[in-house]
Ligand binder design. Structure first.
Ligand code: AMP
Ligand code: MG
Length: 305
């Protein structure tokens, strides 16, 4: 199906992707169409072997090579100067291409069978909560895509960390599955440039993204409970603390484990969004490791922005 330039939903360790032949413009156009994604939002190109990167980028800085060796296959995307073979449609006209080797056995096998790389953004309508199961994909895009490859629930649950390079300097464009602290262990101090809302380089940087449709507020839970005391409240909690004056309570991780929380985040946001509560509230999780990516997603989903 992919060889016939169709789009297919594929599992990855971050979230489900909507994949097509990255080297075929007609195939890539179908992704934008199905997602209702604006053409200024570039796609990540997925490869099945580290060495394949040389086919698509002009050069690999030493720091990029170190990061590849440390984290691939895994939730880290490298943004590097592209070769001509990568269509401008994939990069939204940017001279650089975002590239990643995902860590999912089915998808790695698929990528190694195919004679081309796969462009794949998250398999959700643009701006909505990312899918972490095949069922999420089916619910939202089932009628628009001919095939879904079910690889079980996503192991990481938040999107990849995106980095770009200025010479050897590493700049983080999107917080994600590889914590900044882990990257710094390999290449030393890095710059973090997330949250550039005007003309974003990485559209994961758009201020409103990953957003539930119901009113959603993130902040101090006690204050929010008080503010919405006349409403039916759904609380997204983390760790053990319990609150009685809510209609529904989800817990990102009762054990206060940030990996579990990342894995559960998008599923719980979806459940909350399709429940019958009037308003969803949540507190931020500890701002360390994967917690930074979780807090970033919570902030972008927040109504108040
Ligand atoms: P999604 O999988 O929907 O999060 O989309 C992939 C993300 O990769 C985009 O939203 C961008 O943030 C990022 N991206 C893709 N290509 C580039 C690029 N050339 N430069 C910077 N960021 C990119
Ligand atoms: Mg997305």
């Amino acid at each position: 199906m992919l060889s016939q330039n169709e789009i297919v939903a594929i599992p990855t360790e971050t979230v489900y992707g909507l994949a097509a032949n990255a080297l075929n413009i007609g195939a890539v156009l179908k992704i934008f169409e199905a997602k209702n994604r604006p053409h200024f939002d570039p796609l990540i190109v997925h490869i099945g072997n580290k060495a394949d990167i040389d086919r698509y980028v002009l050069y690999v800085p030493v720091t990029a090579q170190k990061l590849m060796d440390a984290f691939w296959p895994g939730p880290l995307t490298l943004v590097l100067p592209k070769k001509e073979i990568v269509p401008d449609l994939v990069t939204s006209g940017l001279p650089e291409v975002a590239i990643r080797m995902p860590n999912h056995p089915l998808t790695l096998e698929l990528l190694r069978l195919l004679p081309f790389p796969l462009a794949a953004p998250s398999a959700n309508p643009f701006g909505y909560i990312s899918p972490t199961t095949a069922k999420h994909v089916e619910e939202q895009l089932g009628d628009k895509i001919p095939y879904i490859l079910d690889g079980g629930p996503a192991n990481i649950g938040v999107e990849s960390t995106i980095v770009r390079f200025e010479d050897e300097k590493v700049i983080v464009l999107r917080l994600g599955g590889i914590p900044v602290e882990e990257i710094e262990k390999i290449v030393g101090k890095v710059e973090v440039q997330v949250n550039q809302n005007i003309n974003p380089i990485a559209p994961g940087q758009l201020s409103s993204h990953y957003a539930p449709r119901k009113p959603f507020y993130v902040g101090d839970i006690a204050d929010l409970l008080n503010e919405f005391k006349d409403k039916k409240i759904g609380l997204i909690n983390f760790g053990k603390a319990l609150y009685s004056n809510t209609s529904w309570q989800w817990n990102l991780s009762p054990e206060a484990d940030l990996h579990d929380a990342a894995k559960n985040l998008f599923r719980i946001l979806r459940e909350a969004d399709t429940s019958d509560v009037d308003v969803i509230i949540a507190g931020y999780v500890p701002d360390e490791g994967l917690g930074k990516a979780i807090n970033d997603r919570l902030k972008r989903g927040n109504y108040k922005l």
